[in-house]
Design a protein around this ligand. Structure first.
Ligand code: NDP
Length: 476
């Protein structure tokens, strides 16, 4: 029998990797973990957590006027990025400390180092050390990508947005997915002039049409200059842009970076022909798995078309003792999913209980303003599958209507005509994320529309509409 240094070596200290390491150690395994950047991964360090803190900060803008309409004698305040940024990073430091301690207290050995694979049992660390393990778990996450466009390096991504020294006065956000739409709302709320370019016909592709249409409409009402069917055609530093030329001015077709222009405004010409300058350009054009330059293919691990590690339903790669979880597998890029994949991995490998990962009916929230919560099939997906009834209502909620805000909410259930099972639920409303978590339980249990209706309404709330919609709005 071969002796290894560890039973399990985890590469990546994000939500999935840390959870798997801790739980495996709790089962008595000897576990080590390597993280090259900061513990907590995308979610804690440059994703969900700081993003949500910024959402909270940005939502105060509308609350001053609301408060006045509720009788409070308050003046509009100005947002100061510096003290907020300091508090936000102090919070991230605190959370990172918790993650480190959780590992330590579970008996996991941590390496602050980049890890690569030498062979199927050997990990090489950037510190020069080499360790061996019986099982290896790859949990390296993903990273944002910029489009292949001359001068794209002038733009930032969601990685840098939390680290800005100053908030820009104006920003162009490129993309129409979760990150683009969330940051359009955040920065608009913080007082930045926001333009968003999305190349398709409507933002949030893949979500329910009616719900995303409502989000887009209210993003515009709140002041975001949301442009559809548009992309960047050219970009360069404004200081380097020569208006007499039709394109960038460098020898190689790219714009030379003048010293003076560093950090200066960025000139953008769109595919629709208009020209503008922005203090910042942020690309939210998708994320790619962190699976490159790690020696994976060399030892027989299959990498998919989008750079993802290919795994089976137990998160096993094409090499028997090596597993992969989370964004690096490009299944569903959500923190709770990575955590569940990590737990299922431990059940399978360390508890002798083969557990496939259930990726069905995952509720999720998009922290746009207004917020959107969704679980199950969109109306469009469902009607392609079977005959459906759509129950839907849209109204001005009491709290903001009283404050004279035009905000509207949407409550929508997509129901199978045959079985009456609720196939999808879509909510656009303040705290839609909180609501969809609870609706998600019923829908995961296979509740029918009639079972929703048997549940007594909670009054007066917005979500009571989910159990009081009597007549279908339409059938398809
Ligand atoms: P998405 O894949 O959701 O969106 C990428 C966007 O960029 C799409 O609108 C896409 O357009 C557009 N795009 C891609 N390439 C280009 C290009 N070359 N030029 C212009 N536009 C382009 O990625 P995100 O980065 O927004 O988010 C990544 C993942 O992170 C999400 O899928 C989600 O799983 C997760 N996430 C979850 C959050 C949450 O739960 N609240 C919050 C943030 C992220 P098109 O639609 O045409 O392809």
């Amino acid at each position: 029998m071969t002796n290894f240094d560890y039973d399990l070596f985890v590469i990546g200290g994000g939500s999935g990797g840390v959870r798997a390491a801790r739980v495996a150690a709790g089962e008595g395994a000897k576990v080590a973990l390597a993280e090259e950047y900061r513990y907590g991964g995308t979610c804690v360090i440059r994703g969900c957590v700081p993003k949500k803190l910024m959402v909270f900060a940005s939502e105060y803008r509308e609350s001053f006027a609301d408060a006045r309409n509720y009788g409070w004698d308050v003046q509009d305040g100005a947002f100061d990025w510096h003290p907020f940024r300091k508090r936000m990073h102090a919070e991230l430091d605190r959370l990172e400390g918790i993650y480190r301690n959780l590992l330590k207290n579970s008996g996991v050995t941590s390496f602050d180092a980049r890890a690569t694979l030498k062979d199927r049992n050997t990990v090489e660390l950037s510190t020069g050390e080499t360790v061996t393990a019986k099982t290896i778990l790859l949990a390296m996450g993903g990273r944002p990508v910029k489009p292949d466009l001359p001068n794209a390096h002038l733009g930032i991504t969601s990685n840098e947005i939390f680290l800005l020294d100053e908030l820009p006065k104006s920003i162009l956000i490129v993309g129409g997915g979760y990150i683009a739409c969330e940051f359009a709302g955040i920065l608009n709320g913080l007082g930045v002039e926001v333009t968003q370019y999305y190349r398709g016909a409507q933002i949030l592709r893949g979500f329910d049409d009616e719900a995303r249409g409502m989000v887009a409409e209210q993003m515009r009402e709140k002041g975001i200059n949301l442009r559809l069917g548009i992309n960047i055609h050219q970009m360069s530093l404004a200081a380097d842009h020569d208006p007499d030329m039709t394109g960038p001015v460098g020898d190689d077709g790219t714009t030379p970076l003048s010293e003076a222009g560093k950090g200066g405004p960025i000139y953008v010409k769109s595919t629709q022909g208009d020209e503008a300058e922005f203090d910042q350009v942020m690309f939210a054009t998708g994320r790619v798995p962190n699976a490159d330059n790690m020696g994976l293919e060399e030892i027989g691990i299959e990498i998919g078309r989008r750079g993802e590690i290919v795994v089976d339903e137990y998160s096993k790669t094409t090499v028997d003792n090596i597993y992969a979880i989370g964004d690096v597998t490009n299944r569903v890029q959500l923190t709770p999913v990575a955590i569940r994949e990590g737990m299922a991995f431990v059940e399978t490998v360390f508890k002798d209980n083969p557990t496939p990962v259930d990726h069905d009916l995952i509720p999720s929230a998009i922290f746009t303003q207004p917020e959107m919560g969704t679980v199950g099939l969109s109306e469009e997906e469902a009607r392609d599958q079977e005959p459906i009834d759509v129950y839907c209502t849209s109204f001005r909620p009491m709290q903001t209507a009283f404050a004279d805000r035009p905000d509207r909410v949407l409550m929508k259930l997509v129901v199978s005509q045959k079985t009456r099972v609720v196939l999808g639920c879509h909510i656009v409303a303040p705290h839609a994320g909180e609501m969809i978590q609870l609706a998600g339980i019923a829908i995961k249990m296979g509740a029918t529309k009639e079972q929703f209706d048997q549940t007594c309404a909670v009054h007066p709330t917005m979500s009571e509409e989910l159990v009081t919609m009597k007549t279908p709005m339409r059938s398809a």
